[in-house]
Write a protein that binds this ligand. Structure first.
Ligand code: GAR
Length: 207
């Protein structure tokens, strides 16, 4: 059970941050009420997501994967900043780095990720960003979508929280399909999942 009826959320990003924006918008629209985004951490210094955080008045910081000497240092630096903000829930929203089992064990059932396909299709190591949509189109699937899941030591292998299917159309390119999946699925289910998990954390419910 959390102290003040509100889960303190950190969002980890690496790029454009449209999923972060969906979370900020949902928070402003009172669709996320049991959690509050208090921190944005970017693995890249030039991520546009940082501008979105600043515009929304949310503290943000860069922990550069490129500049870290090792995965251990990178993760230790992220853990330090999460601890200093007393974070209850970590949301990976377009965070393009794999986290080790040691990191994940520090936040059991408290790290969630949005993935742009219907897991277990087109997921796991090497499947990120446009590569996921290219693989779906190459395979010829007629339906794809997005998944929000808990993060465990298997890449994209944790328990599924929410999924939403999206139609694949004959002339889709990876870019067109990515945009449709973001608009129709990711930006819808990620805020819903964040509210769902925050609510459970606040009430001390088993996840
Ligand atoms: C999103 O489509 C997200 O699902 C995907 O990267 C994009 C980031 O966009 N994440 C992965 O592929 C992780 N495996 P954003 O920075 O605009 O939110």
């Amino acid at each position: 059970m959390l102290d003040f009826g509100c889960a303190r959320i950190a969002v980890l990003v690496s790029g454009g941050g449209t999923n972060l924006q969906a979370l900020i918008d949902a928070q402003n629209a009172n669709k996320i009420v049991h959690g509050k985004i208090v921190l944005v951490v970017s693995s890249k210094a030039d991520a546009f997501a940082l501008e979105r955080a600043k515009k929304a008045g949310i503290d943000c910081t860069v922990v550069s994967r490129k500049e870290a000497n090792s995965q251990e240092t990178f993760e230790a630096d992220i853990l330090k900043v999460l601890a200093s903000y007393d974070i209850d829930l970590v949301v990976l929203a377009g965070f393009m780095c794999i986290l080790s089992a040691a990191f994940i064990q520090k936040y059991p059932n408290r790290i969630i990720n949005v993935h742009p396909s219907l897991i277990p299709s087109f997921c796991g190591e090497g499947f990120y960003g446009l590569r996921v949509h290219k693989a779906a189109l190459d395979y010829g699937v007629k339906v794809s979508g997005a998944t929000v899941h808990f993060v465990n030591e298997i890449p994209d292998g944790g328990k599924i929280i929410m999924q939403k299917a999206v139609e694949v159309l004959p002339d889709d390119t990876p870019e067109v399909l990515q945009k449709r999946i973001m608009e129709q699925a990711e930006w819808v289910i990620l805020p819903q999942a964040v509210e769902y998990v925050s609510n459970a954390l606040v009430k001390g419910e088993q996840l």
